[in-house]
Design a protein around this ligand. Structure first.
Ligand SMILES: [Zn+2]
Ligand SMILES: [Zn+2]
Length: 644
């Protein structure tokens, strides 16, 4: 999705489907040239779920043109041209560009201007190659499929505008998007999935099922959970608390704001300032304040006269920060947790120390990037920080991964991927904190854990966080849509910045490692994911409304019997409701089904006489009558086991 040039190494790593899709972009260009021979092409890479080609053309391409273009593409695929690679010198390539022969079917009046510009940007030591398929010759480093016929099925999807190289000073091009698959069946499945995804869209279901809402007066990107959505957040929190308690975590609570000095210490300021809400300035007063002001003036004079000691200079710097006395909404919980670690002296016996909090953070996402619950400005995070010795790291990290896998099983997440991002030794001290041994050590340990615990992962070099390796967790919903769920980080820089220490066996002070982890991500994103994953049909334990009691008719005795069941369920903490409206039973059932209520107890006179209930489950229909005690026991058991 980037306009950056791909290095030959990155090209080597292109997957089979990416090769196929990129090859389809050559075919797309060929087809466009058959119709509009004057078209000039820029870049045509594969992207997530498809490919595009940027074209400069006076005719404005619209979806109405797609059929015509697709027909030409089909001809090219049917012709089954091989993709032939030709290595040429820079001069030869430029000469062809001048003749308009690059990204073209023949020589032309106009030079292939974008291709010439691309050649100018190819490093001197890199080979220049052209690819030919049929009459079409393009400047390209590959790779492709063997023949155009290998493109099994494709479809053009969209047209948008894009500046050349993403720079608005450059000409505006038309970006034609398409997607391609090996087989027609895969292509059909993909579009069926998109159709289904539309129905499951969490913004749509969130509204229909009354789960959450946004309000302009509250502010964009600040979701509020309605009672039915808050219940889901509560259940997830309960799950996290139980799981973490059993795993030896301890819970803490911290405020939503922190002073500027805290974020200077953590390094979030100034580097992360753009992603934080602007600071709040507090007015100062009182005797202490006046004295500090005097001290500040005094130190300033000394520093101005260049007569300060290093201590005085440090004091002045600290006062300067304090004078600003600004507070920030917290964008992450780590700095507060580090301060909690530091609040009590620790020895090696206290480690690992696992501090957990469902902390609320605030991040300033650009308004154009806000998206439902997926990209928000306030987020409640399933956060914890594990402080441990290097010897404990492997076991701790492994336990974190086990927790992930257990959650995946619980939620029926069958496909997931952990992206393990490592550092690049040549960028130590610039992109990555300069701790070569710690990098190597933690990366080896992390890799070992991932390898030994049968976890599905890929390693991505050069994408670690500044202060340590990280793991991004992606999960696919039931219909195959991909979501970024959470990020884990190994951190050996922040504990040092905060002077965190523990007394080791030999009585020396050492700095602990810190693992940041959040397996359930944030409530916002995880609930957004779950809504789409379950299509709003939550398992009983997560259902906003677990049982709705539907009495038939208005017989006072039946109503009384129904109420006694309602009270019994509620006494057991079951989220049960009763529909006492005067509607007929079909209307009541319809309304409950519409709200995707998990279980309905339909109660008529016959049920009452038999001390029974007729059980109906959303999506499964009528399950018949059951003795009252059995029906209630089933409900309680299913909730207790968090049954799927
Ligand atoms: Zn190519
Ligand atoms: Zn953290």
């Amino acid at each position: 999705m980037t306009d950056e040039r791909k290095t030959p190494d990155m090209r080597e790593q292109m997957t089979d489907i990416e090769r196929l899709r990129h090859s389809a972009s050559h075919v797309l260009a060929t087809a466009i040239l058959k119709i509009w021979p004057e078209a000039q092409f820029a870049a045509g890479p594969p992207v997530e779920n498809g490919f595009y080609y940027d074209v400069d053309l006076p005719h404005r391409i619209s979806p109405d043109d797609f059929e015509k273009i697709e027909a030409e593409m089909k001809k090219e695929i049917k012709a089954n041209h091989p993709f032939e690679r030709m290595e040429v010198s820079r001069d030869e390539a430029l000469k062809m560009g001048q003749k308009g022969r690059l990204a073209a079917l023949s020589d032309r009046d106009q030079p292939s201007k974008y291709k010439i510009d691309i050649i100018d940007n190819i490093p001197a030591n890199e080979k220049i190659s052209l690819y030919r398929s049929g009459d079409f010759i393009d400047l390209c480093a590959g790779p492709h499929v063997m023949r155009t016929g290998n493109i099994g099925a494709f479809k053009l999807t969209n047209v948008a505008s894009a500046y050349y190289k993403g720079d608005e000073k450059n000409p505006q091009l038309q970006r034609i998007y398409g997607t391609a698959f090996k087989t027609k069946k895969e292509l059909d499945n993909y579009f069926a999935m998109l159709e289904e995804a539309k129905k499951r869209d969490h913004r749509k279901l969130g509204k229909e099922l009354e789960l959450f809402t946004f309000d302009d007066d509250v502010g964009p990107g600040l979701p509020m959970f309605l009672p039915r959505g808050a219940v889901i957040a509560d259940e997830l929190e309960k799950l996290a608390k139980e799981t973490e308690f059993a795993a030896g975590y301890q819970r803490v609570r911290t405020p939503h704001i922190g002073r500027e000095s805290l974020y200077r210490k953590s390094g979030h300021l100034p580097y992360y300032a753009e992603s934080m809400f602007p600071p709040m300035e507090l007015r100062q007063e009182g005797k202490e304040f006046e004295e500090k002001e005097k001290r500040f003036a005094n130190l300033s004079e000394i520093v101005d006269a260049k007569q300060e000691t290093p201590e005085q200079y440090r004091e002045l710097t600290e006062l300067r920060v304090e004078r600003a006395n600004r507070y920030y909404l917290k964008a992450m919980n780590c700095p507060h947790h580090h301060k909690l670690f530091a609040a009590i002296p620790h020895s090696y016996r206290d480690l690992p120390l696992r501090l957990a909090e469902y902390g609320t953070c605030y991040r300033y996402e650009k308004s154009g990037e806000l998206f439902g619950l997926m990209r928000v400005r306030s987020l409640q995070m399933n956060d914890a920080h594990i402080y441990c010795t290097p010897e404990q790291f492997e076991a701790e990290f492994n336990a974190v991964n086990e927790m992930y896998l257990n959650y995946f099983r619980l939620f029926g997440i069958e496909k997931y991927l952990m992206r393990f991002s490592t550092h690049d030794p040549s960028k130590l001290g610039q992109k990555f904190v300069d701790e070569p041994e710690l990098w190597e050590q933690t990366e080896i340990m992390t890799r070992n854990v991932l390898k030994n615990s049968r976890i599905n992962y890929v390693e991505v070099p050069n994408e670690a966080a500044f202060y340590g390796p990280k793991i991004d967790v992606q999960a696919w919903s039931a219909i195959g849509r991909e979501f970024s769920i959470a990020t884990n980080q190994v951190d050996f820089a922040q504990p040092r910045r905060f002077n965190l220490v523990y007394k080791d066996r030999d009585n020396t002070e050492k700095t602990p490692l810190c693992i940041h982890r959040a397996p359930l991500g944030t409530h916002e994103r995880f609930i957004g994911f779950l809504i789409e994953h379950y299509a709003g049909n939550f398992p009983l334990w997560l259902s906003p409304e677990q049982v709705r009691i539907l009495p038939i008719g208005d017989d006072a005795k039946v109503l009384e019997y129904s109420m006694s069941i309602l009270n019994e369920l509620r006494a057991h903490q079951v989220r049960a409701e009763i529909d006492k409206s005067s509607d007929n039973i079909n209307g009541k059932i319809q309304r409950a089904e519409q709200m995707k209520v998990h279980t309905m107890f339909v109660i008529g006179k016959r049920d009452m006489d038999a001390n029974a209930v007729s059980v109906r489950v959303h999506g499964k229909g009528n399950l018949g009558a059951k003795p009252r005690t059995e029906a209630i026991a089933d409900i309680l058991q299913s909730i207790k086991e968090r049954r799927a």
